[in-house]
Each structure stands twice: as structure tokens, then as C-alpha cells.
Design a protein around this ligand. Structure first.
Ligand code: G6P
Length: 739
């Protein structure tokens, strides 16, 4: 408002000045012109009179002079005239007689110079003009004739011209200024006010609420500048906030060192034993050499860092063809081979046990039973018998390892060992036993088709603690127990009472080894074409998928979505490549070899359909890859795609997010993976919905850097706060507090 008032006053001042200037200029020009017109006219009158009659003034009768002046006045509009003979003898008509005194000096000058002279002067408040013309008298003496004209009309005329012009200019300038003011106020100020409101909203973090773009081209550069300042500001703000959050929570973030101290406090020197079917290190023959590999397993990714941090003993099946050659006489080997931190004890399964326990009951029975992926479970009695047998063998091994311990901590992994908790507890009731179920638990109706569901539930309920990834799976488990067993389910604390014992059923979302130390460390990004050069593939955009080739992972569904994406967005053909790292798994089973064939067939079909030189839509890398080999794909891809049809957690999603140290890239994540509950910055999809999953790929590729940053930071923060060390600490604390 203050600005408007001072603006208006400045305009009025400027307008007055301009109008005054113009009016002054015009009137003085006009005045000059009128003056010279009068001069010219008077001079011409004099000339004309003398031209017509040279002796005109010689013949004048002094008695008739007034009459003569009247006639000259009528004819030439002269006020009058005077004839100068000498200083004392001047003849004039009565109306100019009083003016003679004003003329004497000029008359003298004119006669002396012998030239006509003219000038304006004022007399009696009137403006007059006199023209003096010297003439030679016949007998030699000089006289002069003075003509007087009234010049008063010039001033009047000038006054009116001045006033008219001033008003005219004033009004014109005022109008132009007012129009300018209106334009500025409504056109520019409004737009600037919009930008100000938007910039303010950006500053306060509400930019989404206001539409920023002003519709004035000339403000575009300003708008762009503010936009880039705002985005830089937002980024800085977000990372400052993140840093602050990390700093304040640094205390709360779990590290291997902190877990080690915590475990020492919890275990008080007692042994910790981890039991799983899959071993963390597998020795295999490679020509004449023996190579050690880490098998593809989310369970291993999660458990290995805990064992590394706190040592202990890990009991697992020895399945590598060089495993026997690398253990000592107690079937033990120190691992990791390059920097031993804990002991691995291998148990040897017979071929029959492997077929019935591992392939049969575990992977053709329980696996499809727990994963709702529309592959039917198969239950065979022989498989069940070996399942029981192997569980007993492992129980024996655990008891053997803990024979001198009254209260060891035993952490059993996964669906291969449902019977193990009860078997251990029967022999060692004081042992602290927990079983963590790494895969989903289905609803009671689905689980109810298992002919040995009661035995399985009883076996599991031998544990003090049963862990799942999500509360949803805990609820399903408790409902199953409620339906199948004579027991008491206590929903208020999620526990089951049976035969005088209590088992707690709790969610522990598993995670990866990601600490503040790893937070900002990442591999440098490599251009897709460089990364794929060894495969002769050239691409600008890169998607990555890492899975065991398993029907639960939705790999075919993923490929159908990629096909649909290219169909809908042909501009990406030749530019976008999806790399699928696929580790063959459980290949002896038909359902798995069929899955491998389908994945290969789909890859070939889609690649043939969108054929282009030096390019492939899908690059299938079908072999086991180490973490080190996968890392460059994680850090260089534009997005990672996890399309599990059902998955307990899915640690690939977390590993990808953790690797993005620059907080860029996107994660497309199936809503049927447990990870989708925590990683809310992901683009969540239903992998059965090909159309929407295809659109998610486009969204991922075209997402702004700012949005990628926001989403990634949210997810990375979740993972660093809930890393595997915090998982282990929470689980072990819970175990320790159970009586
Ligand atoms: C899942 C299971 C793990 C298993 C892994 C690999 O992640 O939860 O227990 O180790 O699959 O399967 P495999 O049969 O090769 O051990």
C-alpha cells in the first residue's frame, strides 16, 4: 500500500513536470513566432506606405493627423505613428503621444545607424511594438517615422496556449501513468506476488500446495532461478535434517561392535548356536582348485554379519562338493576363509535325505505351502519321515555342541527345522530356543492342507520365541495354532500356552548389515553401456533385478511388464535394458527347472520382438553371482525391480537401497514382499497387474531427482535404523527376557 501511494505521488510529480516542460516549450516557441510575425507585419506596413508614396509623411497636415492614424489603423491595424523631425519636434496622433518618450533613444540609434530598428516595450502596463524607419528629407536633414503596434494580444494568446497545453499534456501523461500503474499492479505485481507466495511455500516445505508457473514469459528466467535455488535449498535442508536425525539417532544405531557388547551382556559367556540348512560358505571344486562361495540366500545375507560380529557356532548341511575336504576331524571349518570370525560345523546328509528332506518335504511341501504363488505343494510320507530324521540329526548335533551348557542360546533358521525347537527343548529344557521363519506364513485354511500340520506346530511351539518378518504372518500363525491345536492363544501378548509352556510369537523384520559407516560409501556409477559392453549391449537406461530363479519371485511377470512398457513407450526401445541376475536354484525340482525354462523362453521371445542392433531389452545373467559382482549393477542402475508374488521380506530390495549412497534411483517393489511394509519410498506394485507394473517402470525412469532423493533417503534411514544388528539385538534381548 505504502508503495502504491508513493508510486502515485511520484507519478503525479513526474507528470506535472513533464506537462509543465512541454507547455513551456510550446508557448515560448509560439511566442517567438507571434513576435516575429508582428515585427514582420509592422515592417511591411512601413515598407508598403513608403513604396506607395515616398512623400507620404511630407504631406501630412498636423490637424488631420488623428484622422490619418484612424485610417491607417483600419487599413493596417496600426496603433498609430509619430514623425520625428528633431528632439523638440515630434508629430504624432493622440493615442501614441505618451509613448514617444520610450522611443527617443531608439530613434537616435536608428538615425545614427541609418537603419530601421524595431523592439518590444511595455508602457502603461501594455505590451507594444515600435518600428523606427529613418528617412532623408528632400533638403538634406534626417527624420524618422515610428510605427506603433499593439502587442498585448500576443501575451493573452500565449497565456491561453500555455494553459491549454499544460492541461492537455497533464491529462495525457496522467492517463498513461494510470494505465501503467494498473498494468503493473494487476499484471506484474500479481504474478510477482504469486512467485513470492510460491517461494515462501517452497521455503516452508509446502510447495506442493501451490501451482508455481506464472503465465508471463519475461518472468520465466526468475521462475527458473527460484526453482533451482529452491531445489538446492530443499536438498540441503533434507540432507541437513537427515544428518541431524542420524546424529541424534547415532546412539540408537546398531553396529557390529555394539551388538558384540550387548551379546556379551546377554549371554554371560554362554554359547550361541545358529542352525540352518543352507551353509554360509560352500567349498566347491573349480578344476584342480577349491573355491569358496557364498550361496544365494536372504537368510545367509542376514545371519552372516551377526556371526561375524559375535562369533559363535553355525551348524548347517555341507552341500559343496569340496566341503568334506575343507573341514577338520570334527567337521568344522573357520570362516570366512580369508578372515576367520566364527566356526561352521557341517552335517552330511545322505542322497536320500537330501531328496526327501530338502527337495521333498522342505521345498515341494512347505515352501509352496507357505508361499501363495499358485504352485501346489506335494506331501509324501517318505519326505516327511526324512524331514523328521534330519531334524533329529540336527537336534543331536546341537545337543552335542551344548553338552556342557545348561542354558545355551539357540537360534534356528527357517522352515527346514520346524521340529527342531521341541526336540532340543525336550532334552535341554533350560536352553533358550528361538526359531525364525524367513518365509511367509499363510492363512489357517491354506496351512491346514498339510497332513502333518499339528506335528509342525507342536515342533515350533517347543521354542521360547517364534519370529516372523511381519505382524501379519504372526497373526496367521496364531490363527493356525488356534484352529489346529488344543492350546490357548493369548492375543493380548501374542503368545501360545500349551502343556504348561509359553511361546511368544513376534515380528522381527529382518535386515542387512548397513551402518552409518557404510552410509556415504558407494561404488562410483558406471555408464550402462560400459557396464554391459562385455555382452555387446549398448543402453542409456538400466534396470536391475536380482533373484534366485524361483516361481515365487515373479520373474516372468516382471518380464511381461517390461514387454508392455516397451510396447507403450517405444521411444525406450534401443535405449533401455533390464539386467536380470538369476541364480539357478533347487534345479532338480521340475517346478524350478520349468521356471528356468519359462524365464529363458520369455527373455528370448521379448528380445526377438524388440530386436535392435547392439541392444537387448532383457539381459539374463543366469548364473550364481557374488555380492561383489552384483554391486556395480546396484550402484549404476536407474531402478531395481522386485516383483515377488509372495516373499517373507526380500533383502535384495534393501541391499539395492543401501547401495545408493547418492540417494538417487528408484525401487519398484511388490506389495506381496514383506519389505513393502517398511520401504514406503518404493514404487509399490501388484506384479500380477502387468499394465500398472509397466507404468511403474516409466515412473521410475522419469522420476525427478528431487523425488528420487526424498524416497531414497526415507528408505535408507529406515534400513540404517533397523539394520541386522538391531534385528539381532532385539531378538536376543527378547529371548533373554523370556523365562
Ligand atoms: C530362502 C530361504 C532360505 C534359503 C534360501 C535359498 O531365502 O528362506 O532359508 O536358504 O531361500 O534357498 P536354498 O534352498 O538354496 O537354501
Amino acid at each position: 500500500m505504502r508503495f502504491t501511494i508513493s508510486f502515485i505521488f511520484s507519478i503525479i510529480f513526474a507528470v506535472t513536470l513533464v506537462a509543465f516542460g512541454f507547455a513551456f516549450y510550446q508557448s515560448s516557441t509560439e511566442k517567438k513566432q507571434l513576435n516575429s510575425e508582428l515585427e514582420l507585419r509592422t515592417r511591411q506596413v512601413a515598407k508598403e506606405i513608403f513604396h506607395n508614396d515616398t512623400l507620404f509623411f511630407e504631406k501630412i497636415d498636423p490637424n488631420n493627423i488623428n484622422h490619418l492614424a484612424d485610417s491607417l489603423n483600419k487599413q493596417y491595424n496600426l496603433l498609430g505613428f509619430a514623425i520625428y523631425y528633431n528632439y523638440d519636434s515630434i508629430l504624432s496622433n493622440s493615442s501614441v503621444r505618451d509613448l514617444i518618450n520610450n522611443s527617443k533613444v531608439y530613434i537616435y540609434q536608428s538615425i545614427t545607424a541609418d537603419t530601421s530598428l524595431g523592439n518590444f516595450f511595455k508602457a502603461g502596463g501594455k505590451k507594444l511594438y515600435q518600428h523606427i524607419r529613418p528617412t532623408k528629407r528632400p533638403y538634406g536633414s534626417t527624420k524618422a517615422v515610428i510605427f506603433y503596434s499593439d502587442a498585448g494580444y500576443i501575451d493573452k494568446l500565449i497565456d491561453s496556449i500555455w494553459f491549454r497545453n499544460f492541461i492537455g499534456w497533464f491529462v495525457q501523461a496522467l492517463l498513461v501513468s494510470l494505465v501503467t500503474l494498473i498494468l503493473i499492479r494487476w499484471g506484474i505485481f500479481r504474478q510477482i506476488n504469486k512467485i513470492v507466495a510460491w517461494a515462501k511455500a517452497v521455503r516452508t516445505g509446502n510447495s506442493g500446495l501451490i501451482k508455481p508457473q506464472p503465465h508471463l514469459d519475461f518472468l520465466d528466467p526468475l521462475h527458473k532461478e527460484i526453482e533451482s535455488i529452491a531445489s538446492a535449498m530443499n536438498e540441503a535442508k533434507a540432507s541437513a535434517e537427515q544428518e541431524a536425525r542420524l546424529r541424534t539417532s547415532a546412539e540408537a544405531i546398531w553396529t557390529p561392535e555394539r551388538l558384540k557388547v550387548e551379546m556379551e551382556n546377554l549371554l554371560h559367556g554362554k554359547k550361541m548356536i545358529v542352525v540352518s540348512n543352507r551353509e554360509p560358505y560352500m567349498h566347491i571344486h573349480d578344476g584342480k582348485d577349491i573355491r569358496c562361495i557364498v550361496p544365494a540366500s536372504g537368510m545367509i545375507t542376514a545371519m552372516e554379519p551377526i556371526l561375524k560380529a559375535c562369533s559363535g557356532l553355525w551348524i548347517a548341511s555341507g552341500t559343496g562338493d569340496a566341503d568334506r575336504e575343507t573341514v577338520n576331524k570334527h567337521d568344522k571349518v573357520e570362516v570366512p576363509p580369508e578372515d576367520p570370525k566364527y566356526t561352521l560345523r557341517r552335517l552330511w546328509l545322505t542322497k536320500q535325505e537330501e531328496n526327501h528332506f530338502y527337495y521333498g518335504f522342505s521345498n515341494e511341501g512347505l515352501w509352496p505351502l507357505c508361499h501363495i504363488a499358485h504352485t501346489r505343494p506335494t506331501f509324501r510320507n517318505d519326505d516327511w519321515l526324512d524331514y523328521k530324521k534330519v531334524n533329529e540329526d540336527f537336534a543331536r548335533a546341537v545337543l552335542e555342541e551344548t553338552k556342557n551348557e545348561e542354558q545355551p542360546f539357540i537360534l534356528i533358521q527357517d522352515f527346514h527345522f520346524a521340529l527342531l525347537p521341541a526336540l532340543i527343548k525336550k532334552e535341554k529344557p533350560k536352553a533358550k530356543v528361538a526359531i525364525f521363519w524367513h518365509i511367509p506364513w499363510p492363512n489357517p485354511e491354506s496351512f491346514g492342507i498339510c497332513p502333518w500340520q499339528r506335528e509342525i506346530l507342536d515342533g515350533m511351539l517347543g521354542a521360547d520365541l517364534i519370529g516372523f518378518h511381519t505382524q501379519y504372518h504372526c497373526n496367521h500363525f496364531l490363527e493356525t495354532v488356534n484352529n489346529a491345536l488344543e492350546s490357548m492363544v493369548l492375543w493380548e501378548n501374542f503368545s501360545v500356552k500349551k502343556g504348561g509352556r509359553t511361546t511368544y510369537v513376534k515380528p522381527f523384520p529382518i535386515s542387512i548389515a548397513f551402518t552409518l559407516k557404510d552410509y556415504d560409501i558407494g561404488l562410483p556409477k558406471i555408464k550402462p553401456s560400459q557396464l554391459l559392453s562385455e555382452y555387446g549391449v549398448h543402453a542409456h537406461f538400466l534396470g536391475i533385478g536380482v533373484d534366485r530363479i524361483d516361481y515365487t519371485k515373479g520373474i516372468v511377470e516382471k518380464f511381461l511388464a517390461i514387454e508392455r512398457f516397451l510396447e507403450k513407450n517405444p521411444s525406450y526401445i534401443g535405449k533401455f535394458t533390464f539386467v536380470q541376475v538369476g541364480a539357478p536354484s533347487r534345479t532338480q525340482l521340475k517346478s524350478y527347472s520349468d521356471t528356468i525354462s519359462s524365464v529363458e523362453n520369455e527373455t528370448n521371445r521379448i528380445n526377438l520382438r524388440f530386436k535392435a542392433k547392439n541392444w537387448k531389452a532383457i539381459l539374463l545373467l543366469k548364473r550364481h553371482h557374488s555380492h561383489k559382482e552384483i554391486a556395480p549393477y546396484y550402484s549404476s542402475a536407474d531402478f531395481c525391480m522386485v516383483t515377488s508374488l509372495h516373499d517373507g521380506m526380500n533383502l535384495v530390495a534393501k541391499e539395492f537401497v543401501a547401495s545408493r549412497s547418492q540417494n538417487d534411483g528408484s525401487l519398484i517393489l511388490s506389495r506381496f514382499a514383506g519389505a513393502s511394509q517398511e520401504l514406503q519410498g518404493a514404487i509399490i506394485v501388484n506384479p500380477y497387474d502387468v499394465e500398472k507394473t509397466a507404468d511403474a517402470i516409466k515412473t521410475a525412469l522419469e522420476m525427478t531427482k528431487e523425488e528420487q532423493n526424498q524416497r531414497m533417503m526415507q528408505m535408507r534411514l529406515v534400513i540404517v535404523r533397523h539394520n541386522i544388528y538391531s534385528w539381532a539385538a532385539t531378538l536376543l534381548r527378547t529371548m533373554a527376557t523370556i523365562n
